[in-house]
Design a protein around this ligand. Structure first.
Ligand SMILES: [Zn+2]
Length: 120
């Protein structure tokens, strides 16, 4: 198994991520610079973010948010989003205040606050 000098602990190489998780420069960069263990950590964190912010990964803005978070969390480039309940549903969600009772996939995305503010 290949090892990689992981960005998060360069002194102790870890197992490399087997295949790029994204078909992009970012995906290849993860293979080169992030170990499989830290990638698994990220996947757990990503699930937390998706649930917390009510993200729909099929939507472009949700994916871009997650790519930015990959860079922030794994590469230290940018601001990691805080898991802060006061921010519940502020990104791409329909303003649901209760994060406990909903499950992924059940929401139709009828309103998308934030999409109109981006265009000016
Ligand atoms: Zn690592």
């Amino acid at each position: 198994m290949n090892t990689v000098a992981c960005r998060r602990h360069p002194d102790t190489p870890g197992p490399a991520v087997a295949t790029p998780p994204f078909r992009s420069d970012l995906g290849e960069r993860i293979c080169r610079e992030i170990c499989a263990r830290c990638w698994q950590d990220w996947l757990q964190h990503q699930t937390l973010l998706i649930n917390h912010f009510g993200l729909d990964p099929r939507k472009r803005e949700a994916r871009e948010f997650l790519y930015a978070q990959v860079k922030a969390v794994l590469f230290g480039e940018g601001e990691p989003a805080a898991i802060d309940t006061s921010l519940q549903g502020t990104i791409g969600a329909g303003g649901t205040t209760d994060g406990q009772n909903r499950t992924a996939g059940g929401r139709g995305g009828t309103t998308e606050p934030g999409t109109d503010s981006a265009a000016s």
